[in-house]
Design a protein around this ligand. Sequence first.
Ligand code: AMP
Ligand code: MG
Length: 421
Amino acid sequence: MTHQPPEVCCSDEHDPRSLTADEARRRIVEAVGPVTGRERLALRSALDRVLAEPVRSRIDVPGHDNSAMDGYALHSRELESGGRVSLRVVGTSWAGRPYTGRIGSGECIRIFTGAVLPPDADTVVVQERVERKGDIIHFDATDQKKAQNVRYAGEDIRAGQTVLEPGRRLTPADLGLLASVGVGEVTVRRCPRVAFFSTGDELRGVGEPLEPGEIYDSNRYTLHGMLTRLGVETLDMGVIRDEPEAVHRAFREAAEIADVVMTSGGVSVGEADYVKDALEALGEVTFWKVAIKPGRPLAFGRLGGAWFFGLPGNPVSVMVTFYLFAQPALRRMMGETPREPLRMRVRCTSRLRKRPGRMEFQRGVLEPAADGAWTVRSTGAQGSGILTSMSEADCLIVLPLESSGVEAGEVVEVIPFCDLV
Ligand code: AMP
Ligand code: MG
């Protein structure tokens, strides 16, 4: 078992000046608005971008009544006699090459999936049910039904219908849908530009040797990954030393070129002074204590013309606060229609330790149980510096503020990562 150090002090958990996670998120998301600026993009380039205008279809999809199966198209009156039916095959309708002749009484045509159903036919009998000898087919009409195996014009989309609304982040299905109505270009919102940097004298870049007490800067890599997945434009500004001048300069430069400035580290109590001074001089930023674990300290506000997010320094905290607070705000800046991330209630197979007072986001792994139901297990040690817990996890286990832990077998709420990124 992994050793987990005890909490320093119980009263540490409860701070009446803290904001709840929901309140902090609400304030942040309500403060920001969509960026101005749009661009016109070819369909393939628009994947994961957010629509700025509705898209209407000018055509019916499908464009014609057509066959859903390979078989024979006929008029349903041929079925009325019941029993064994024999019909003469008078032509073929291929997908993309319709049959243009007539179909008389006692006749049918060969038809393939997606081929236009001629006006004289309303029913398709699948080929597996048919015995063919030369130009004549025979089948049993008893279990054949009028209008079967037909797809109707406009049954998916009607001409004039809005197929996608503004605020929609385009998925692979959406690209196909737009192509199916003949739309090759869309108007999307400009991507917000996010400048981000790490703060701390102890940080070194990968590839550099480590002196005693130094660590590698991992937050810039997790931030790069999360921001890139979200589809914003990223500006990696490197590591800023814990020096008032350097911090001031970095904040000023970043705010000039970006819509959002994001930092990690330097916002915890005792650390924040020079960061606070620089932020006070350049903008209006509030330092918050949010009643969550990990990631209690958080700074948010204006920095010149940009929005500022001061995320905590611990590697797990930076990721959790990004997903909880920065990502919904960035989605809103991208113009996306707000929606709650997917949450599920599953049985927890681990015992989870927790003290009341903060909402916790523990790391979990989803697994199917023998009965087929999904369960979640803890990744083990939950320290905010244990980045392996985040790497191993595929979900966050959300434990409410007042919870005092979970016994194995209890039901918990999880947020799967697949919907966060
Ligand atoms: P701070 O909020 O600056 O006091 O940082 C809290 C903890 O996170 C400290 O242990 C830092 O060394 C660590 N930390 C801060 N920034 C980073 C970073 N970019 N990469 C890895 N660890 C960091
Ligand atoms: Mg620091």
